[in-house]
Write a protein that binds this ligand. Structure first.
Ligand SMILES: C[S@@+](CC[C@H](N)C(=O)[O-])C[C@H]1O[C@@H](n2cnc3c(N)ncnc32)[C@H](O)[C@@H]1O
Length: 221
């Protein structure tokens, strides 16, 4: 793994976080209030998780589930996840994002945030996870190798049959450069399917191919 892209991602995301973390997390607003910011995370959970509980919970009580989030930013979505699930573990590459997420999760002792190396989940204590989630993170990662490394490591942590639901950039007309930490590498349906197979997942569903919000449902084999 090229160390220079990992350090560039960390430095540039940390600079964005120090400048205006919430804006770079969700560019819909330059001056998010606490309420508006965390409500937008509740909306993400309402749209992507509460509508999909059969695939996500598979009969389990959400309060008995341990879940993982990649690229938590300032805990916009993490807080909503912590309101729903029994245990939440989230990683982010930026120390400043992690500091802001940790502050935002002060009232949620069952939510844990870690600064990671930008390419795997080795920082997370070994445990079986019931669900993994990531949104508006991989669309910023310019390296297919880094993304695939994450997908493989999620497979290591998920229990068999569990779901990793995540979003990638699906607009393949976008040309990202290998060191651009804002515009990530896009995936076609075929590339997503091949990645699932290589990493020990069944890609059972996908939605939004060709668009920015290309959602993938990877079930651990
Ligand atoms: C646009 S924000 C989205 C945050 C959060 N997922 C949300 O929806 O509110 C992207 C986040 O991904 C993090 N990030 C970028 N590259 C990363 C990487 N390689 N590994 C882990 N986190 C990364 C950034 O630090 C930033 O916090």
């Amino acid at each position: 793994m090229a160390d220079n892209i990992l350090s560039k991602m960390r430095a540039e995301w940390d600079a964005r976080a120090r400048e205006n973390a919430r804006y770079y997390v969700n560019t819909a607003n330059q001056n998010w209030t606490d309420d508006e910011f965390f409500q937008s995370g509740e909306r993400t959970v309402a749209e992507e998780i509460l509508t999909d509980m059969t695939n996500i919970c598979q009969g389990k009580d959400p309060k008995a589930m341990r879940v993982l989030e990649i690229g938590c930013g300032a805990a916009r979505v993490t807080r909503a996840l912590a309101g729903l699930f029994g245990e939440v573990h989230a990683v982010d590459i930026s120390p400043e994002m992690v500091a802001q997420a940790t502050a935002a999760l002060a009232g949620f002792p069952h939510a844990h945030v870690y600064q990671n190396n930008g390419t795997d989940l080795s920082v997370i204590p070994a445990a079986d996870f019931d669900f993994a989630f990531s949104t508006i993170v991989f669309q910023h990662i310019p390296s297919r190798e880094v993304i695939e490394n994450y997908v493989r490591d999620v497979s290591r942590l998920l229990r068999p049959g569990a779901l990793f639901k995540f979003q990638v950039q699906g607009d393949v007309t976008i040309s990202s450069t290998p060191d651009d930490t804002w515009l990530g590498v896009p995936f076609s349906q075929e590339q997503a399917l091949a990645m699932a197979e290589r990493c020990g997942f069944e890609m059972r569903y996908n939605h939004g191919a060709g668009q920015q919000y290309f959602w993938l449902w990877f079930f651990k084999r």
